[in-house]
Design a protein around this ligand. Structure first.
Ligand code: FES
Ligand code: FES
Length: 246
């Protein structure tokens, strides 16, 4: 029987094992488009995850609390007049997914992940945590990796959305898909679509110079089966083949 991820949250990932309870680690998340339509580089967005999952935030030791030093800034220009109101009920939205246009009626609050899985029945992107911590929902928007559970579908109008279903060329798998198979880079496979989408973006970003860099820039994608060494090997293989096709 399938285990519902919300009732049985992902275990503490190997990334944070060995750290004392309550200690914060900073983990890079794939890029997210912001509400002005641009992308925020992943170096500027980091997510705090805690090694003691059951402790409440208020009970953290003082030194472990994240410190915010930046003042809140306006995210929308104020001189362009009010934005057109859409919603809160369903509104027509046209999305381009894997090269095909889809017209859906959705509330503006609906995530890209929900539209992909529930409306378009593209179930490759997985709903793991639904809160931006596991990376299982990673897809590409205009060629950049995003967490589709934290991305509003309505914000993807006019953009190119690519899911794992859109990688293969007919029966010909994408090189990264082939290497994931060749390197045995999955067990249950639940995280694999997100891992593959992140891995492809990672190479495009030029963040695969060595294994440490690969691990660092893949750290937003968790694998509860701990296939990390095989995932790194697959990425390395694609990188090396691309740089030396002979
Ligand atoms: S479902 Fe876990 S990050 Fe989106
Ligand atoms: S979670 Fe099972 S292969 Fe990654």
């Amino acid at each position: 029987m399938a285990v519902h991820p919300h009732r049985h949250p992902l275990p503490i990932p190997p990334l944070v094992h060995g750290l004392p309870p309550g200690q914060l680690v900073r983990r890079r998340a794939p890029d997210q488009p912001n509400d002005s339509g641009t992308s925020v580089h992943s170096h500027t967005r980091q997510i705090h995850i805690r090694t003691h999952q059951t402790q409440t935030y208020g009970s953290q030791p003082e030194e472990a609390r994240p410190v915010t030093t930046q003042k809140p800034t306006a995210t929308r220009p104020t001189d362009t007049g009010p934005l057109p109101v859409r919603g809160p009920g369903p509104v027509p939205v046209t999305l381009t997914v894997n090269g095909a246009e889809h017209r859906v009626a959705i509330e503006p609050r609906v995530s890209l992940l929900s539209v992909l899985r529930d409306s378009l029945l593209l179930t490759g992107a997985k709903r793991g945590c639904d809160q931006g911590t596991c990376g299982a929902c990673t897809v590409h928007v205009d060629g950049r990796r995003v967490l589709s559970c934290l991305t509003l579908a309505i914000g993807c109008e006019g953009r190119r959305v690519t899911t794992v279903e859109g990688l293969a060329d007919g029966d010909e798998l994408h090189p990264m898909q082939k290497e994931f198979i060749a390197c045995d880079a999955f067990q249950c496979g639940y995280c694999t679509p997100g891992q593959i989408m992140s891995a492809i973006a990672l190479l495009d970003e030029g963040h695969a110079s060595d294994d440490d860099e690969i691990r660092e820039w893949m750290s937003g994608n968790l694998c509860r089966c701990a296939t990390y060494p095989h995932i790194t090997a697959a990425i390395r293989a694609v990188r090396d083949t691309a740089s030396d096709p002979s």
